[in-house]
Design a protein around this ligand. Sequence first.
Ligand code: ARG
Length: 456
Amino acid sequence: MSKLWGGRFTKETNKLVEEETASISFDQKLADEDIQGSIAHVHMLASTGILSEEEAEKIEAGLKSVLQKIKKGELAFSVENEDIHMNIEKFLIDEIGPLGGKLHTGRSRNDQVATDMHLYLKNHTEQIIEHVKAVQTAVLNQAKDHVETILPGYTHLQRAQPVSFAHHLLAYFWMLQRDKERLQDSLKRVSGSPLGAGALAGTTFPLDRHQVAEELGFDYVYPNSMDAVSDRDFILEFMSAASIMMMHISRLSEELVIWSSQEFQFIELDDSFCTGSSIMPQKKNPDVPELLRAKTGRVYGNLIGLLTVLKGLPLAYNKDMQEDKEGMFDTVETLEGSLGMLAPMIDTMIVRKENMKQAVSEDYSNATDIADYLVTKGLPFREAHEIIGKIVLYGIDHSKYLLDLTLDEFKQFSGLFEEDIYEVLAPEQVVANRKSYGGTSQEQVKEQILLAEKAL
Ligand code: ARG
C-alpha cells in the first residue's frame, strides 16, 4: 500500500517496523476529536480563502460521513496507515477523491495530534470532575446521617481520641475538594490550541489560529509554534492531579477494607459491591476497595512513564511522544471507572454504629480529656500528662477503663480530682468538647457540613 508520505522512499517499510511503530491500535480512540479538529481547520481554510467554500463543504461532508462509517464499524483501520490521522485522511480520499488531499493544507500531524489530545483531555477532565462531585455527594450524605455516630479516631492505627464518624468521612470530602480544584485549575492549561503550529515552525499559509481555537472551544492559542507541538505538560499535570486523587481514594479504600473486617465490623459494604470465594463459602470480600487501592499503582506508573519519556527530548516533535497516549487513556479510564464505583459503594454501605460505640467505650481514648481536666484545675499540661499516663497503666493492670475508676482511685493520683471528672469522660462528651474550629464536636461538624454543601 502506498504511504501518504511515500514520495521520497524507494523501499517498503519493514513489516515488523510497521506493526511496532503504528499507533492506530490505540489512537483510534481519538477519531472523534481528530474529525472535530479537521472540520474546524477546513472551516478556517475556507474563511481565509485558502480553500473555496465549495471545496470546504465537500471535505466537511466527507469527514462527517467517514465519522459515521467509523462509528458503525464499516471502515477497517489499517496498520499501513500508521495512525488515526492518516487512516482518516485515507478514508476521506476514498470517500471524496483527490480533493480530500487538500485537508492537510497548512497542517502537520504534529499540531493535529496535539490538538486531538487537548480536546480529548479537556472533555474527559470535565467528566471526571462530575464524577468527583458524585463521590463528594455520597460522602456528604453519609456524613449528614452520622454526626452523632462516634468511633475511635486513630493515629499510628492505635486508638487516639474518639471522633464523630461524619468528621472522619468529611476529611475525605475535603481531599476530594482539593483534587477537584486541581483538575479545574488544569483546565486552564488544557484549553490551549496548538492547531496551526504546523510541524514546528508555523506555516506559509495565512491561517487564522484564533478562529479554529474559538470553534474548538479553546480559551487561548499557544503563542509559540515549537512549544505548541512539543508540550505534553498538560497531560502530566492531569496525571499528577490524578495520582494525588488516586492516593486519596486508596487511603479511603484501605479504611473501608479495614472497617469491614471481622476485627473491626464498623461498616458493611453492600453485597452488590463485594464478591465471594470459590472455595470458602463464608467469604464476602471487599474486592472493590481493594482494586481501587491497587489501581493507584497504574496511575502513578503512567505519570512516571510519561515524565521519563519526555525528560531528554530535544525540541520539537519526536516520535517518542507517541508513547503519551496509552498512559493518558488508561489514567482517564481508570479514574472514570474508579470514581464511578466509589460513589454508589459509599452510598450503599451500612454503618454499624453500635460496634463503633462499643469500641470507644472499651479504650483509653479519653485520656487526653482527663489531662485537660487537670489543666483546667491549674496543673501544667506536662505534669498532667505524666499523671494520666500512670492512671492508664493502673487501669491496664487492673483491667479497668478510665470510666470504671472510682473517685478514690483517681484521688490516689492527684488531689485535684472531683466528682465532675465523670462529666468529661463519656465518649459523647469527649467529642462534644472539641469545639475548636475544624474540630470534631457535633456542633463544629454541623458547621463543616454547611461549608461542604456550599463547596459543592
Ligand atoms: N502517531 C503520531 C503520534 O501519536 C502522530 C504524530 C506523528 N508525527 C510525525 N511527524 N511522525 O505522535
